[in-house]
Design a protein around this ligand. Structure first.
Ligand code: DX5
Ligand code: ZN
Length: 216
């Protein structure tokens, strides 16, 4: 079954509560955390995740685009994340594993995220313990960018690795997802679709979520 994760990066932050309520028919709420170092943009942090948690029962899918996430994963877990994604490029492998252990110790689901440049095989040391793999289909940092076609191959390869090692692991894609690209990423093996501009830029948000779900 396809799950839809609207990204609040495209919401109106002055009306965040209202904009979260508007996507209540979705399956997860995708929260993009950027530090101005791992990516050239700064978005939201721990206090905002805490406020969101007190406002909604939606599953909070927290995508950390930050350097050395081991420093902050505990704070995001305590703030109320249901799942935390950390980027494989953001630290050395031993500290990536440490960060995953901390997330697991808090009873929170764990994911690793891959920039477009990163080989699918980079997930192999971690795959057995993961709840999700996040494949970026744009360079992380900004909403509203064009989908990178060549990532369809990465998605297909990540799906093969998941099927071989941990079939219950989810495969999420993030960046440039619209009803037309949704169909193709799902064919390639994705089952969780992040969408920012395609949801919040649509005149009818519930219809936009339904259109993405229909990609199955
Ligand atoms: C980009 C973020 C995405 C972004 C997607 O770095 O990780 O989650 O919000 O936005 P769209 O769907 O507009 O490409
Ligand atoms: Zn994201």
């Amino acid at each position: 079954m396809i799950k839809i994760a609207p990204s609040i990066l495209s919401a109106d932050f002055c009306n965040l509560g209202r904009d979260i309520q508007r996507v209540h028919t979705a399956d997860l709420l995708h929260v993009d955390v950027m530090d101005g170092a791992f990516v050239p943009n700064i978005t939201i942090g721990i206090p905002v995740v805490k406020s969101i948690r007190s406002h909604t029962d939606m599953f909070l899918d927290v995508h950390l685009m930050i350097d050395k996430p081991v420093r902050y994963v505990e704070d995001f877990c305590k703030a109320g994340a249901d799942l935390v994604s950390i980027h494989l490029e953001a630290d050395h492998p031993t500290r990536i594993q440490q960060a995953l252990d901390i997330i697991g110790d808090h009873g929170v689901k764990k994911a690793v995220a891959l920039r477009p440049i990163t080989s699918p095989e980079a997930i192999l040391p971690y795959i057995d313990q993961l709840d999700m793999v996040l494949v970026m289909t744009v360079e992380p940092g900004f909403g509203g960018q064009a989908f990178m076609e060549h990532q369809l191959k990465t998605i297909a390869r990540v799906r093969e690795i998941i099927q071989a090692h941990n079939p219950s692991c989810d495969l999420e894609v993030d960046g440039g997802i619209s009803p037309s690209t949704a169909r193709r990423v799902v064919e390639a093996g994705a089952n969780v679709l992040v969408a920012g501009s395609a949801v919040y830029g649509a005149p009818d948000i519930s219809a936009a979520i339904a259109a993405l779900r229909a990609a199955e």
